[in-house]
Design a protein. Structure first.
Length: 453
């Protein structure tokens, strides 16, 4: 991995300013496409374009897929259609589809029309038909396929022919005469069984596979469960349609994690640190405004208890603690559920048992927290003070409610096919703040009427 120090970046800028093509190519020669993409992001627009234009078509295509989405979009917007088509010709179909999906439909059609390899263009068109959150959209069609009835010599001949146009070989897939997936052919078998009569006698049968409509998060779980580097994709009747590699899955997992983290942080859209002030403002403002409305709601609720605070000012001291505790408990509960749903350790069918478990955890936490606060208030204010009992009772009820509510919301969102990560953000905090105030005011009012007559 190349480290881009300020001195090295200055060296690159000096080379660019001199337009020293030979020196620039020498610096780029040994760099991985991912390192060149990182260098691209550290340069200004004109410097980056100069570097990119020095790359051969193969390397330029590899760098293109490594670029940040916004940088790639800016680069493609200034690139002739014919040049984009030539670069897509050098990419695997899954990478080409990823780039094509980012373009407008008019641009897609024009670029596809300029791709010289008609078969690849057809494969890209077929892959674009799949929902982008499914295995079909993530798969590539570049793979080595052999027939289960082939002899070893015929198999080796076909494998060599197919491998000529491939950059990487992960597995050799075995199909029947109807193109249905039957197994995986281990390359080791070519050495240990060179004279076998038919491939089906030495293949590994029933390999782990997914269907084209399998959600990507389920695909990621299968990769993790079975420690795979590649997985075949089949249609509804078992025909081999493509393969997914682990690097594609990791990219999707990373993007999903970023989206979930931003949702949990109260960001309404995907943003980066280098986005414009306007874009970042638009992403942050909606939840902030909702938070303001929640604060106004809290103020409105507290206004009904104005006289109570006047009679017992001590009650006002515990408002921040009531609000903070409810939000913290709710976020903890929802975060555990969201994590369980994401890694597959929690099945949506287990909602009842998870709610029961969270109720038990909430009950224990509620007892401990309320007793600790009661002990403090008892020694600080005495048993006759309303706050001594009101705060502890409110915390007990609120912790129980927030535990169950924080669990119920993401489970409900999951059933409604809405990203449950939304539940771990400001939504839980704001809701628990308001509910916490209602509980606190109601219990305090009831106790004041009882204790003060």
């Amino acid at each position: 991995m190349k480290e881009y120090t300020p001195d090295y970046l200055q060296l690159i800028r000096d080379i660019i300013s001199r337009r020293d093509d030979e020196a620039a190519r020498k610096e780029l020669e040994g760099l991985h496409p991912a390192d060149i993409a990182e260098l691209y992001e550290n340069l200004n627009e004109k410097e980056a374009e100069y570097i990119y234009q020095l790359l051969d078509e193969d390397k330029a295509a590899d760098v293109l897929i490594e670029l940040d989405e916004d940088d790639r979009k800016d680069l493609l917007s200034d690139m002739p259609v014919e040049e984009i088509a030539r670069q897509l010709d050098h990419l695997d179909t899954d990478d080409a589809v990823e780039i094509i999906r980012e373009l407008d439909k008019e641009d897609r059609d024009e670029i596809l029309a300029h791709i010289d390899d008609v078969e690849q263009a057809g494969d890209i068109i077929d892959l674009l038909k799949y929902d982008e959150d499914t295995a079909g959209a993530l798969m590539g069609t570049e793979m080595i396929i052999v027939n289960e009835n082939w002899s070893m010599p015929e198999c080796v001949k076909q494998m060599r022919a197919q491998a000529e146009d491939m950059d990487e070989i992960y597995n050799v897939y075995v199909v029947d005469d109807d193109q249905r997936l039957k197994g995986v052919f281990p390359l080791k078998k070519m050495i240990t069984h060179p004279s076998v009569s038919k491939i089906k006698h030495v293949m590994q049968s029933d390999p782990v596979s997914v269907k084209t409509d399998t959600p990507i998060d389920e695909v990621a779980l299968d990769f993790e469960k079975y420690n795979l580097v590649a997985m075949p994709v089949v249609d509804s009747i078992g025909r081999l349609m493509g393969r997914i590699t682990v690097d594609d899955v990791m990219d999707q997992v990373r993007e999903q994690s970023e989206r979930d983290y931003q949702l949990a942080s109260g960001l309404s859209t995907d943003v980066e640190t280098d986005d414009t002030v306007l874009r970042q403002t638009k992403a942050r403002l909606p939840w902030l405004l909702i938070g303001i409305l929640g604060g106004i709601g809290n103020a409105w609720i507290l206004g009904f208890f104005e006289q109570g605070f006047a009679l017992n000012p001590i009650l006002a001291l515990f408002i921040p603690m009531i609000a903070g505790t409810g939000g913290n408990v709710g976020i903890q509960s929802s975060a555990i559920v969201v994590q369980g749903l994401a890694n597959g350790s929690l099945d949506i069918k287990e909602s009842g048992s998870q709610l029961l478990k969270e109720f038990g955890v909430g009950l224990i936490n509620a007892c401990i927290i309320s007793l600790l606060v009661f002990a403090y208030n008892f020694f600080a204010f005495g048993i006759q003070e309303v706050a001594t009992i009101a705060v502890s009772m409110s915390l007990f009820v609120l912790v129980l409610f927030a535990s169950v509510f924080g669990t119920l919301v993401p489970l409900t969102l999951e059933r409604l096919k809405i990203d449950p990560a939304l539940a771990t953000g400001p939504f839980i905090t704001i809701t628990n703040d308001i509910i916490g105030m209602v509980i606190y005011i109601w219990i305090s009012s009831a106790l004041m009427q009882t204790m003060l007559g």
